[in-house]
Structure formats: C-alpha cells, structure tokens
Design a protein around this ligand. Structure first.
Ligand SMILES: Nc1nc2c(c(=O)[nH]1)N[C@H]1C(S)=C(S)[C@@H](COP(=O)(O)OP(=O)(O)OC[C@H]3O[C@@H](n4cnc5c(=O)[nH]c(N)nc54)[C@H](O)[C@@H]3O)O[C@H]1N2
Ligand SMILES: Nc1nc2c(c(=O)[nH]1)N[C@H]1C(S)=C(S)[C@@H](COP(=O)(O)OP(=O)(O)OC[C@H]3O[C@@H](n4cnc5c(=O)[nH]c(N)nc54)[C@H](O)[C@@H]3O)O[C@H]1N2
Ligand code: SF4
Ligand SMILES: [Mo]
Length: 743
C-alpha cells in the first residue's frame, strides 16, 4: 500500500475469523436496510453462510462497538420470508393487482434495456426519470446509470427536495462548502487526537441525533460530548430526551425557525457577541444582515415562535460566548417552505461567531465525497443536460446535488410539458408511502407512464401500485461495497457474507444494466473492479481487496482550510463564492432573483397567517419525528422491530386530549381540507397544548396488497401538497393546521 497520508486503525483480528463455530466478518453497515451512516459491524454466519447475528465492532472508532436495534435485528430482516427474491414482471394493465410472474435476471435486464433504448431512440433520453430516496448507498450508482443512459432527470421525490438538499444548496451558494459539526469523527484517535477540541456548546436545531443518526453524525457522539461537559441548547417543538438535558430549551412553534434564528442574530449583534475579526476579514454583507434582523426583537420573536424572550436571549448568549460551538441542524430546517432563508439565518449563527473550520466548530467534508454525491455527469450530452426539469425556473438546482425539480417533474408528467415523460426507474424509494405529498395526485400522474421499474428489498405500496418489473435488491450483508466520505472522513468496506434468493446489490444491478445501455460508461467486469477504480481515482491509494482488510481508512484532515487556500479552486485563501468571503448577503441568491438576505415567512396555513381556519382546524401539526426502530417506511414486517412501535401514533398533550374527548390508545383521524389519516393516540407532555406530532411513512405489509396495504388510510401526506419555496427548495412537511377526532 502506498502511503497517501491515510491513517488506519490496527485491528487485533483479521477481517474474517471464526468464533465459537461461527464465521465472523468485519464490515460496515451502510444500507440496506436504511440508515445514513453505516456503523462498524461484525457479521456472524453459520456453516450454511446464513446470517445469524450482528454485533458492533468495538475496534471501529466510528461507533466503538455500539449498535442500535435496527442493526441488531438485521438477521431477521435479511432472512425475512417477505423479501423480494427474484425479478418479477406484470402486464401494464395489471398495475395495482397482485399478479406477478417470476422471470430470470437475463429476461428482466434485457427487457428493461430494450424498452429504455427504444424510448431513448424514439423520444429522447430525458423522457426517463430516475428516482431515489434518502441517503442509502445509491447516489453514485443511480446518477451514473441516469446520466450515462443520457437523462438529466435524476430525482429525489420530496416536494422542494426538502431533506438535506436545501442545507447543502444553501451552504454551497453562500459559502462554497457544506458545514458539519466537529465531533472528532475525522480522526482515527477520535477524542484523544490532540488537534481536536471539545465544543463548549451544541445548538441542536430541529434534529434529534440520538434517534436519527442522520447526515453523517452518529448520535452517541452527542452523548459522549455531553458526558465530557459540553452544554446543550435545543430548538424543537417537542421536549425530547436531549431537550430535557439542555441548558436552554426553545419549544418552538413548528415552521418558525427562521424567525428564532433572526432573533438570536439580533441579540448576538446588539450585544457585540460576534467574532469581529472573523466578520471583518472573512464575511461579506454583515451590515445588511444586521439591518435585516433589526426588527426581530425578542418580544416579536416570542409572539411568532412561542419561545419566551428570555430563553431566546439566554440561548443566543450561551451559543455566542462559547469558545467553539456546533450548530447540529436537522431535517426541520429543510421541511419549511422557505427552507433556504431559514438555512441562511441559522448558518449565520455559526458564521458570525467564527465557528468555521475551527476545532470543535463547524468543519467541511473532504472533496473526496464527489462520487457519492453524483458520479458520471461527463456522459451527459450538454444539450440534453439543459433539459433537466426545473432548471429554467430554479437556477439554484445547480448548487449541490444535480437533481431535477420534483415539483416541476410532477407537473411535467401530468401536462406533458415541456415534453412527455415515458418511464421511471425507482431505486430505494417508496414514494407513495413516504416522500410524495398528495399521494392520490402522485399515483394518478405516474399511471400515465408507459414503463416503470422498481428495485427494492420488499414489495411496497408504490411498486404494487405502479411497477411493471421489480428487481430484488441485496442488504448490506449480501453485498460488497464501499463508503468514502460523507462528512465521516473515512473509507469503509461493506463485505458480503450471505446470499438471499437471487437478490443482487444496487451496484451490480446498475453495472449490468449500464453495460447494456452505455457500455463505455461501465467498463468493469464486476463491482469489485469498479470499487477499485473509484478508490484509485479518489487517491485512496489501495484497491478494494486491501480496503476490505484495512478499513476504516482515515482521510488526511486540516483545520482552517480557508486560510490556506484549500477551499477555492484557484488556490487563493477564502471561500468559493463570488466575493471569496462567506456571503451573509448572497450574490448567487441576488442573481437568481431571490432575496439576498435571510427572511422569515409565516407558514401557511398557520395560526398567524390563516387565523380564520382555527375554528375548524385548531391544532398545529408536525410530522415525521424519527423513532428508533423505524426507518421511514421500512421494517414494518420485522417482528421484533414492529413490536416496539406496532401502530402509527400521534403525540397529544393530555389537556388537548380532554378538550377533544380522546385518550391514550384511541384510534383517531387527523384531518384537514385535503385529506385525513388514522393514528393511535399517545398522551404525552412532550408537546404543548396547541401542537400535535405524528409519524410518517406508515403502511401495513399485513394488509391487502390490492388495497395498497392500507397506505391511503395511514398516510399523513394525504394532508400535504406539492408547494415548494421560492428557490425551488423547501416544503412545509412539518407544519400544518388540522383537527383530530375519534375514528
Ligand atoms: N410527512 C413526512 N413525510 C416525510 C418525512 C417527514 O418527516 N414527514 N421525511 C421525509 C424524508 S426526510 C425523507 S429522506 C423521505 C424518505 O423517503 P425514502 O427514502 O424514499 O423512504 P421509503 O419510502 O422508506 O423508501 C425507501 C425504500 O427503499 C427500500 N430499500 C431500503 N434499502 C434498500 C437498498 O439497499 N436498495 C434498494 N434498492 N432499496 C432499498 C426500502 O425497502 C423502501 O421501500 O421521506 C420523507 N417523508
Ligand atoms: N430511526 C430513524 N433514523 C432516521 C430516519 C428514520 O426514518 N428513522 N430517517 C433519516 C432521514 S432521511 C433523515 S432526513 C433524518 C432526520 O432526522 P432529524 O434531522 O433528527 O429529523 P426529525 O427526527 O424528523 O426531527 C428532528 C426533531 O425536529 C423536531 N421538529 C419538528 N418540527 C419542527 C420545527 O418546525 N422546527 C424545529 N426546530 N424542530 C422541529 C421534531 O420534534 C424532532 O424532535 O433521520 C434519518 N435517520
Ligand atoms: S446508526 Fe444504527 S441502524 Fe445505523 S448503522 Fe449504526 S447501528 Fe445500524
Ligand atoms: Mo431525509
């Protein structure tokens, strides 16, 4: 192995060994089933190569042996009788009917390739859309398939792409980089590395990391830091476990985050608590920002957000006075319609306090991430690239992930404008259950398409409703794989230990299909060669065989990259923006016809924007707060996971229950003028009397397939609509008005 400055963690045992008659293989847990991160695991298989047990790898610095329920239950998921085991087809007229016929992989791949080539030749490659779900191990492979096939329409199915993408696009547009909390994840020595500094404060903003382990952050790190003395501020409508451990808890009205952040900015600016030196040297537009936040007095902010003025002020002071501090932000920042200005306001908190690129502050992931964020765009014809749906309307789609606009795509499918869509490839998405607002509208639109293929671990309501061919995907125990980057600053190997039916990995499926659609883009004989190519191309200095034995590999890391010219393409100090500074007043937003400064827009409908609706719909609804045993629509079949959370629930304050004559365990309807869905009541003081919080992504795999597993009765997204923010990013998935009554 060539030395490229990578650090390896010596393991006592080789990567495969035996223990008590079982084979043990070390590896990473990066999907499927779903999770954003991928802990170090030990996979135990018996003499028939059946997966029987999973343990956390105590020698992996990432999770240090810790695992959560979903990985502990992996053998049940892998070996579940409902797994898709073979490719299947069904006639287009039978969409929605449980009339599947088993076919061979050859037939499946040849049929798909013939059909897609025919569409490309007849109508153009842009008429095929490639949909993925959240950050499973998919972006590299689906983008390469999509772009090498020739289509610019790579899509994530949420209205306003309102998960992660707003934060990523917002950070790239205003700072040229993305920023994550520094938990020492980039060092093999972790907390013991002398370069690292423990942050004094973590500001948890719409994120519940101990449950969600999202976007590269392992939730246990937050608890580790708490034990070491870090103080917490939590911004959440629910009094979560972390909120109860926090110095300051801002119990916010859903969807008003930008107002709270602007109030905090005003306190920090008025009380001169910002980092003057950093602002002078490295920020652009500070005076304009100060002017913009001036009207956000503590009293006004309390009126909007429900957060007491004193709590907000104390939170702002605690954050700004910290020597170094993290903003640990999450999904709730993205799931408001004006997500970009919310992101801009919240990021200004860590920007004007100089928590950029500093030990214990906010750090930027390495450029090696490139392949995981989209790989193979060189195969896209520049003329066809311009046809990406939504690009003409929303130029900010060019920042971060190169997706098409979900909202504009739905309209395109419906109206056939600017061109008629013909087919969809659905890989790691069950959008009728999960991402799509207004699922009735969505299903109707998709039924227009000539040809739909789905790739999944299990049959889902979406594939039952729409697919013409389904392909069985492998879990992480059934495949080899690779992980480099994503804020975790390390290379991991995923190692195959078992085989279920004829399931294949997403990478292998896309390689096999890609060879048929555009052979020159897929020159490798097998996925292992493809992984070795990526490792070489990314400069990791080893092939896949070596990575399997030596992973995790820690990528070289430096603080204060902006001072050293490491963040700009031209090698000059500063940030990759038009002014070379962090743009508190954004040139890119201004050029795109958007407000260059952060702003707050009342969520609508909402108690202050539509008070006339309060008689009929008196409660504020937030949705989708994560739970330990559930990852979106997954795992409802898995007995020991389902047992923990058997039914979809709605959290309601006991006083609110009395008002509406409901109580713990009752089945209720949550309803607005657009639709309703069924839930079981959980009485709890963690929500206030005006707010209810409910699960998303429910279906009953035990239900009737031809009734789409009851998804329409259970889907909270019946109440939502496709309404993105002005930039094309953001949508109100976590704020709405509703009523609740006994079912
Ligand atoms: N109301 C409301 N709606 C929400 C949210 C909310 O908070 N509130 N959250 C939203 C967010 S943030 C997101 S990211 C989306 C998530 O949306 P998605 O990621 O689309 O989630 P799922 O609907 O669970 O679809 C994922 C499918 O992928 C399959 N799968 C799992 N692993 C693999 C694999 O390795 N390969 C393949 N081929 N398939 C696999 C699963 O079985 C499942 O059917 O949901 C959104 N929906
Ligand atoms: N177990 C599990 N883990 C997951 C997932 C899963 O489905 N299950 N999904 C993954 C995905 S795709 C994502 S995006 C992440 C999401 O994970 P997180 O970013 O943690 O997001 P949520 O759990 O949806 O919400 C976090 C907190 O925001 C609060 N909240 C609700 N509305 C608002 C609001 O308007 N403002 C503020 N400030 N807070 C609000 C909720 O009460 C909740 O406690 O989790 C990932 N990890
Ligand atoms: S966070 Fe939990 S589900 Fe995700 S990889 Fe780690 S143990 Fe598995
Ligand atoms: Mo997400």
């Amino acid at each position: 192995m060539e030395d490229k400055g990578y650090t390896f963690v010596p393991h006592e045992k080789p990567f495969k060994y035996t223990e008590d008659g079982l084979k043990v293989t070390r590896g990473s847990a990066w999907t499927g089933p779903g999770c954003h991160i991928g802990c170090g695991v030990l996979l135990y298989t018996d003499e028939n190569d059946k997966l029987v047990k999973v343990e956390g790898d105590p020698e992996n610095p990432f999770n240090e042996g810790r695992l959560c329920a979903r990985c502990l239950a992996l053998p049940e998921t892998v070996n579940h009788e409902d797994r898709l085991k073979y490719p299947m087809k069904r006639s287009r007229d039978d969409r929605g009917k449980d009339k599947w016929e088993r076919i061979s992989w050859e037939e499946a791949l040849d049929t798909i390739a013939d059909k897609l080539i025919d569409i490309r030749d007849t109508y153009g490659p842009e008429t095929v859309a490639f949909y993925q779900g959240t950050g499973r191990d998919i972006a590299a492979w689906i983008t390469r398939l999509c772009w090498s096939y020739g289509s610019p329409n790579y899509i994530f199915g949420m209205s306003g792409m309102s998960c992660y993408l707003p934060r990523v696009a917002g950070c790239f547009a205003t700072t040229g980089s993305f920023w994550l909390g520094d938990y020492s994840q980039q060092f093999a020595q972790r907390y013991k590395d002398p370069r690292w500094k423990r942050p004094d404060v973590i500001l948890l903003w719409g994120n519940n990391p101990v449950v969600s382990n999202s976007d590269g952050l392992y939730g246990h790190w937050v608890v580790d830091l708490m034990k070491m003395g870090t103080k917490f501020i939590t911004v959440d409508p629910r009094r979560t476990w972390l909120a109860s451990k926090s110095e300051q808890f801002c119990q916010i009205r859903p969807g008003t985050d930008a107002a709270l952040a602007m109030g905090m900015l005003k306190v920090i600016i008025d009380e001169e608590l910002y980092d003057h030196d950093f602002v002078d040297k490295w920020c652009y537009g500070f005076d304009e920002l100060a002017e913009r936040v001036r009207e956000f007095t503590p009293e006004k902010v309390e009126h909007i957000t429900n957060v007491p003025a004193e709590t907000m002020k104390e939170a702002a002071r605690l954050f700004a006075k910290a020597d170094s501090a993290i903003v640990q932000w999450g999904l709730a920042v993205d799931t408001t319609k004006e997500a970009l200005p919310a992101c801009q306001a919240i990021s200004a908190l860590f920007e004007i306090t100089g928590n950029i690129d500093n030990p214990g502050g906010m750090i930027s992931p390495p450029s090696i991430l490139y392949y995981a964020g989209g790989w193979g765009d060189e195969f896209l014809d520049p003329e066809v690239a311009k046809k990406r749906i939504g690009l003409d309307k929303y130029s900010l789609l060019n920042f971060g992930f190169q997706v098409a606009s979900t909202d504009e795509m739905l309209k395109t499918i419906e109206t056939k404008q600017p061109y008629e869509m013909r087919a969809a490839w659905l890989q790691t998405t069950n959008f009728l259950t999960c991402t799509a607002p207004d699922p009735h509208r969505t299903i109707k639109a998709f039924r227009n398409l000539d040809f739909i293929v789905g790739v999944d671990l299990f049959m889902t309501p979406t594939l039952m409703a729409l697919a013409d061919i389904v392909l069985p995907a492998a879990t992480y125990a059934e495949r080899d794989g690779l992980r480099v980057g994503d804020g975790v600053q390390r290379g991991e190997a995923i190692n195959k230990v078992t085989q279920v039916g004829e399931a294949k990995s997403d990478m292998e499926i896309n390689l096999l299909l890609g060879k048929r659609l555009r052979p020159e883009a897929w020159p490798w004989d097998n996925v292992r060669d493809m992984f070795s190519y990526i490792l070489e191309d990314a400069g990791v200095g080893m092939n896949f065989d070596e990575l399997q034995e030596h992973a995790p590999a820690y990528i070289p890391f430096e603080y204060y990259k902006y001072k050293k010219g490491l963040l700009r393409a031209d090698g000059k100090p500063g940030f990759e923006t038009p002014t070379g500074r962090i743009e508190l007043w954004s040139n890119f937003y201004n050029n795109a016809g958007l407000d260059p400064l952060p702003y707050f827009e009342e969520p609508s409908p909402g108690p202050l924007s539509t008070p006339e609706l309060l008689d009929e719909y008196p409660l504020v609804l937030t949705t989708g707060a994560r739970d330990f045993t559930i990852f979106h629509s997954e795992s409802r079949q898995i007995e020991h996971l389902r047992a923990v959370h058997p039914d979809p629930i709605v959290q309601v304050n006991p006083a609110t229950c009395r008002t509406y004559g409901i109580s713990e365990g009752d089945w209720v309807w949550i309803e607005n003028d657009r639709g309703r869905c069924k839930r079981k009541v959980e009485e709890t003081l963690i929500v206030d009397e005006n707010t209810i919080s409910t699960d998303h992504a429910w279906w009953f795999p035990e239900g009737d397939p031809e009734n789409l597993y009851d998804v329409f009765d259970l889907n909270i997204n019946n109440l939502f609509q496709y309404i993105p923010g002005k930039s094309g990013f953001g949508c109100n998935y976590k704020t709405l008005l509703c009523k609740i009554y006994k079912a």
